[in-house]
Write a protein of this length. Structure first.
Length: 699
């Protein structure tokens, strides 16, 4: 008789309660530095405490914006104020107003993330975007794969998004670009904070942080405990996450910082269903997921070091290393039992000086990533491992050399030239039902462009750039054969032009691009639902428009003082036109998986007292295809949300975040395949009506 799907255990919930108690007590610990009282007007008084210098190893938000202004393409800085006054569950909540970024939650923290059509073949987790922490520490595995379960939105101060081939300064080479998550330090987050969130579907999260500085030392620590029943059947999840850093700055020109991150995550997977089921019974799980108790459970630890040495007024060097240890217990069509060890090093030099009377900025560096996967698969016996079906040792090495130079012909016009050289190996040592094999890749990726400051806070930019992606082990695994697939690297040439700027009452960020892609990694159907045998396509085209705007529509409605109340519009639109280019099988069909039009807009009233309120909408006005044959599509939808809260910069803030007010049944995202039918289980239902509330207290 089948055993029932396993829910998070009593012991697990006991650990969560213990973690909650630890989080509560954490903030009672003495801070490294004397605590500071923050008044409503954000004026710090007393204690004769000197302002802390900015850290050398972690860029401030102002430094990050300056880096954006040197980039000849689409890039954006997203401060934590964009997501902290809401429930902020996933990367979607962090980046939903960044045009060009498509992020839709599937279950728990797992998200379909695509930037400019990256990773379309990935029906699970991540490919095509490289994730970093604090500028240089990679969050992807050495083979390029990644996921989102270890990302805690409450742990970061801001996020940088470099779309397409605009992340060369990180050594990023993927079609989708790079995302850099930046943590607070004890120098810019002194004091303590407790945050409590609760809401629909038994959601509860407690987070606490503390930080401070004393002399040459500083430290920051944050931890969170989360539990949720999930909107859908078989979607419960529990997690405990902790991260922090400790810095030592013995002089104004030298700083070293140690980072750590730990996660304990248990998450059920409800699974994709048919289109009809997604729209008529969105809370139901896929029957196979119930029977086999699909889950994705992770325990991981990551440690890293980053050291910065300012050699002189023109030159600085950054270097460091990292080590990551992750265990994956993943009952799906079989039970995956993987142990990951990733380690590597990095070095970067930044040199700013005049050359023949012209200002010049050179960034050059090297990234080395080495990873080993002890990969095993077992027969899935109602969520438990049965007989061994596969065992292999999989080793990946990826080395990237990169350089980017900004040469200023005038004070306002810079030519930008860059290149990357990537060399990678993928080795599999077959142990059981797996064939030993090896793949080697070498890519040279040049780039050229310009940045033109056309006025205060306004720029025009353009570039022609190349990107390349080496297959991960997930792509190289052929579920119909034990051998490594003979896949080529995906390469693309992108043409881009755009403009960005900001003023007191408006901002804009607009890019137009076209990527000619060769050997795109795409999903071919298999007998295993949701899984793919990945193939190389011939030629494809990704082109689109990314438009983001912010503007004060009204001000001084009831308060006309020097800091008047206002009505602020935040708008993001992404147009995506991705298609086969005279493919021998699919002709000029549309590539599946991404909507052609995606709108996000919010109208928010802000009062100088700290009160804010307003509606926001998410709109996909046209369906999009889920298969290469273009035989089956999704459904258009529109969602109305509303949030209200209070945050005046003082010690206490609170919010209410209401989502999908009309309880619309909609398809959030899909898996893709070659040819679909009406019964194909490819559709992930979106969350129904939900209300969340939360508060933060700082001291």
């Amino acid at each position: 008789m089948p055993t029932p799907p396993r829910a998070p255990s009593a012991a697990r919930r006991g650990r969560l309660l213990a973690a909650t108690a630890c989080l509560t007590s954490l903030t009672a610990l003495p801070a490294v530095a004397q605590s500071v009282t923050t008044l409503p007007e954000v004026v710090v008084e007393g204690s004769q405490q000197k302002p802390q210098p900015a850290p050398l190893t972690v860029a401030t938000e102002a430094e990050a914006r300056a880096a954006i202004e040197r980039t000849p393409g689409g890039a954006e800085v997203v401060p934590d104020t964009a997501w902290r006054d809401g429930v902020s569950l996933t990367i979607k909540d962090m980046l939903d107003y960044v045009p060009g970024v498509f992020a839709q939650t599937k279950w728990g923290e797992d998200t379909r993330l695509s930037i400019r059509g990256s990773g379309l073949s990935r029906n699970f987790h991540l490919r095509g975007v490289q994730l970093f922490q604090d500028g240089i520490i990679p969050l992807n595995s050495a083979d390029g794969g990644g996921d989102f379960q270890e990302i805690d939105p409450t742990a970061f101060r801001y996020v940088e998004v470099f779309k397409g081939a605009n992340g060369y300064q990180f050594g990023a080479n993927a079609l989708g670009g790079a995302i850099n998550f930046v943590t607070p330090t004890g120098r810019d987050a002194q004091g303590s904070e407790v945050r409590l969130d609760a809401g629909s579907f038994d959601f509860f999260r407690l987070q606490a942080s503390t930080g401070g500085a004393q002399g040459p030392f500083d430290g920051f620590f944050t931890a969170s405990a989360l539990t949720s029943g999930g909107f859908r059947e078989h979607a419960a999840g529990d997690s405990v996450r902790a991260s922090g850093n400790v810095g030592w700055r013995p002089s104004e020109t030298f700083e070293t910082r140690f980072f750590f991150n730990a996660n304990d995550i248990e998450q059920q997977i409800p699974g994709a269903v048919s289109k009809a089921a997604a729209l008529t019974d969105p809370q139901a799980a896929n029957p196979t997921n119930l029977k086999l108790d699909y889950q994705r459970n992770i325990q991981s630890v990551r440690i890293a070091n980053k050291t910065t040495w300012v050699m002189n007024d023109s030159t600085r060097v950054e270097f460091g290393g990292y080590l990551s240890d992750k265990s994956l217990d993943h009952p799906i069509f079989q039970v995956l039992d993987n142990e990951y060890i990733d380690f590597g090093g990095f070095a970067r030099l930044v040199d700013e000086r005049e050359i023949a009377g012209f200002a010049n900025r050179l960034t050059t560096g090297i990234n080395l990533a080495i990873g080993s996967i002890d990969a095993k698969r077992y027969v899935n016996v109602y969520g438990n491992p049965g007989a061994l079906t596969f065992a292999a040792q999989e080793d990946a090495t990826t080395t990237t050399f990169y350089a980017e130079d900004n040469f200023y012909l005038t004070r306002t016009f810079a030519l930008v030239g860059a290149f990357q050289y990537l060399t990678a190996t993928r080795d599999r040592d077959g142990i059981y039902n797996a064939v030993t094999g090896s793949k080697d890749y070498d890519l040279f990726l040049p780039k050229g462009g310009f940045v033109w400051d056309i006025g205060p806070g306004a720029q025009v930019f353009a570039n022609i750039s190349n990107s390349g992606e080496v297959p991960t082990f997930s792509e190289l695994t052929n579920f119909a054969s034990p051998i490594l697939s003979n896949l080529k690297a995906q390469i693309a040439t992108t043409y881009e032009i755009g403009s960005r700027g900001r003023g007191e009452d408006f901002t804009w960020d607009v890019s137009l691009y076209r990527s000619n892609v060769q050997n795109e990694l795409q999903c071919a159907a298999t007998s295993v639902p949701g899984m793919c045998n990945v193939v190389n396509l011939g030629y494809t085209v990704h082109q689109g428009v990314e438009a983001g705007f912010g503007a004060t529509l009204l001000k001084g409605l009831w308060d006309k003082g020097p800091n008047p109340d206002k009505v602020w519009l935040n708008f993001a639109y992404t147009y995506s036109d991705f298609f086969f280019d005279n493919d021998p099988v699919w002709g000029n069909n549309q590539l599946p998986g991404i909507p052609p039009h995606y709108f996000r807009a919010e109208l928010l009233y802000k009062h100088p007292s700290g009160f804010y309120a307003g509606p926001n909408v998410e709109w996909v006005p046209t369906p999009y295809f889920v298969d290469d044959a273009n035989t089956l599509n999704t459904a258009a939808y529109a969602l109305l949300n509303f949030r209200i809260g209070y945050d005046n910069g003082g010690p206490l803030s609170a919010y209410v975040d209401a989502r999908n007010l009309f309880n619309t049944a909609y398809i959030a995202t899909v898996s893709v395949t070659g040819t679909a039918t009406q019964t194909s289980a490819l559709f992930e239902p979106g969350t129904g009506r939900a209300i969340y509330a939360g508060m933060r207290y700082t001291f």
